[in-house]
Design a binder for this molecule. Structure first.
Ligand code: 13P
Length: 289
């Protein structure tokens, strides 16, 4: 199936009370592992790519070409959206030109009026290309690509104003942060989530910082309107752990164990298993259409 935007995915997730996982990709192994997991689980999936990861993979057009070719070569039949994660205005524009089917414009660090203006412009560009748009209100905490957010809770009134701009998904801070949660993290603010849900009826909500949030908390958030859950760090940790075990066991020194196709295999498999577990928690297994 060719790349799709996230519109139908989000509508179906909302109706079916599940969430679609958006898993960040970093290279070929990541992409392959996530696509194979989605196909095995018969689950729709979103591939999230930060601007830093795009740069690492040599640019937006390289990423689009790789993902499209891989979908075809692996005969992936489930819906796949290629989505810019935490994009700038310029990044979103470049991705839309390059063929991304979905973009996040993260204007949460601007003052609100500027976030509104820039989000509006990105929506207009995306509409021309048939792509979907995610906007953000209330910066998500933690560090991502060197950008540190403060972990705010979004203001429901601001959510309503941004939701009215024609966006397809809304990321709203509810105490979630990127990366590993500190031990004293108090948990998601369901009271804030309920208020946001009332302020933006029908709008698919996005939960960032999916790594390490207890499954019951994620499932409660899904019941309250979350339709997309982003996961990045957990796949990175799984990959690093499996790779370290392989090397610490000396397997890279046995025969041709140093061959990258062997060296990276356990890490790739670990990403796939992590994605499968998450899809189970999110309830998207068997929901491909
Ligand atoms: P984690 O790295 O905490 O899973 O967050 C991913 C994310 O929200 C990407 O936008």
């Amino acid at each position: 199936m060719p790349l799709v935007n996230a519109k139908e995915m989000m509508l179906k997730a909302k109706e079916g009370h599940y969430a679609v996982g958006a898993f960040n990709i970093n290279n070929l192994e990541w992409t392959k592992a996530i696509l194979l997991a989605a196909e095995e689980a018969k689950s729709p999936v979103m591939l999230g790519v930060s601007e830093g990861a795009n740069k690492y993979m040599t640019g937006y057009t390289t990423v689009v070409a790789m993902v499209k070719a891989m979908i075809e070569a692996l005969n992936i039949t489930v819906p796949v959206a290629l989505h810019l994660d935490h994009g700038t205005y310029e990044g979103a524009k470049a991705c839309l030109e390059a063929g991304y089917s979905s973009v996040m414009f993260d204007g949460s660090h601007y003052d609100f009026a500027e976030n509104v203006e820039k989000t509006k412009e990105v929506v207009a560009l995306a509409k021309e290309k048939g792509a979907t748009v995610e906007a953000e209100v209330g910066s998500i905490g933690g560090e991502e690509d060197g950008v540190v957010g403060m972990g705010e809770c979004a203001d429901p009134n601001e959510c309503a104003k941004i939701a009215a701009l024609g966006i397809d998904m809304l990321a709203a801070g509810i105490g979630n942060i990127h990366g590993v949660y500190p031990e004293n993290w108090p948990g998601l603010r369901f009271d804030v989530l309920e208020k946001i849900k009332e302020a933006v009826p029908g709008m698919p909500l996005v939960l960032h910082g999916g790594t390490g949030i207890p499954a019951e908390m994620v499932q409660k958030a899904i019941k309250l309107g979350v339709c997309k859950v982003n996961v990045n760090t957990e796949c990175q940790l799984a990959f690093a752990k499996a790779t370290r075990e392989y090397i610490e066991a000396g397997k890279d020194q046995v025969k041709k164990g140093f061959d990258p196709r062997k060296l990276l295999a356990p890490g790739t498999e670990a990403i796939k298993q992590t994605v499968l577990e998450k899809m189970e928690i999110f309830g998207s297994v068997g929901k491909a259409f």
